[in-house]
Design a binder for this molecule. Structure first.
Ligand SMILES: Nc1ncnc2c1ncn2[C@@H]1O[C@H](COP(=O)(O)OP(=O)(O)O)[C@@H](O)[C@H]1O
Ligand SMILES: [Mg+2]
Length: 271
């Protein structure tokens, strides 16, 4: 595979971005009428970074993520991974969704992870060894032989994360993966994800409508406005520690950015 790395577009640290989203507009045709969901969005993700897409419900976060995944073509602008454009869906951009039904219901936990590896050409032995390793990392070893219907929502999401990570993606795309979990489980999985990111150095693009979640997980937060959305601001939060004065200040700043749009924060985002 030929990689056309764009050496002209270097960002902070002089490092070429892994993902470049430039002037992207995306819309849907409904009843022969084309409606823009994403108006004009540009941002970059560096290798090893955790970038959050934060914005109110309906502002086009999932649409953007699906475009990066290669499921939807943008109406304007470009998406490039390591300089490569016209991305088709592929294991270099593994996706974890919000829904609990994203696992193969007829395969046990171990095979849910091993099966996509087999499809992508790994040997049976390698696939099962890799599955075992990622089950350990996500604290699922004891559940290896269980089927999805025998798992809690939190465990299902852990399996989905393990399965995505096992593919060794260039970037992990996550669309509100903890959005349907109870608050306690959500907090635990956020902590686990931070530990996994630290351990693996995986690059993450994460969609959320929770200010708190964006702050807890993110290095940088791309704040989107109402549809057709534009980037309102990109906030660097990597040095913001949980529950410090700084944290409270940035949280207020993010609330104001979103409320600015005439959106009632309490309805638009969950804390
Ligand atoms: N498949 C689709 N067909 C038509 N309209 C869609 C489709 N998916 C999303 N939309 C519309 O695009 C807008 C953005 O949706 P979405 O990306 O799901 O927002 P978010 O993830 O930020 O809540 C919404 O107005 C939504 O109704
Ligand atoms: Mg969505």
């Amino acid at each position: 595979m030929i990689e056309e790395i764009d050496r002209t577009s270097s960002s902070r640290d002089g490092q070429a971005p892994l993902l470049t989203v430039a002037g992207v507009a995306i819309g849907y045709t409904v009843d022969r009428k084309f409606n823009l969901a994403v108006g004009d969005v540009s941002f970059e993700v560096l290798r090893g970074e955790k970038v959050m897409l934060l914005g109110p419900s309906g502002c086009g976060k999932s649409t953007l993520l699906k475009t990066v995944a290669g499921f939807i073509e943008p109406a304007a602008g470009t998406v490039a991974l390591a300089g490569k454009r016209d991305l088709k869906p592929g294991p270099d951009r593994a996706v974890v969704f919000q829904e609990f039904d994203q696992l193969f219901p007829w395969r046990n936990v171990s095979d849910n992870i091993a099966y996509p590896l087999r499809i992508n050409g790994r040997s049976k032995r390698e696939a099962s060894d890799t599955a075992r390793r990622f089950l350990e990392m996500t604290n699922l070893s004891d559940a290896a032989d269980r089927f999805p219907h025998q798992l809690s929502g939190g465990m299902k999401q852990r399996v989905a994360i393990a399965r995505a990570l096992a593919l060794r993606p260039e970037i992990l795309l996550m669309d509100e993966p903890f959005g349907s979990l109870d608050a306690q489980t959500r907090t635990r999985l956020q902590r686990e994800l931070n530990e996994i990111a630290e351990r693996t150095g995986v690059t993450i693009l994460f969609v959320t409508h929770s200010i708190q979640e964006a702050l807890v997980l993110g290095d940088r937060i791309v704040v989107l406005g109402q549809p057709p959305s534009i980037v309102k601001e990109i906030v660097d939060v990597r040095d913001v520690q949980l529950d410090t004065e700084d944290f409270i200040r940035v949280r207020r700043q993010l609330r104001e950015l979103i409320a600015d749009d005439g959106e009632e924060v309490d309805h638009a985002v969950y804390e």
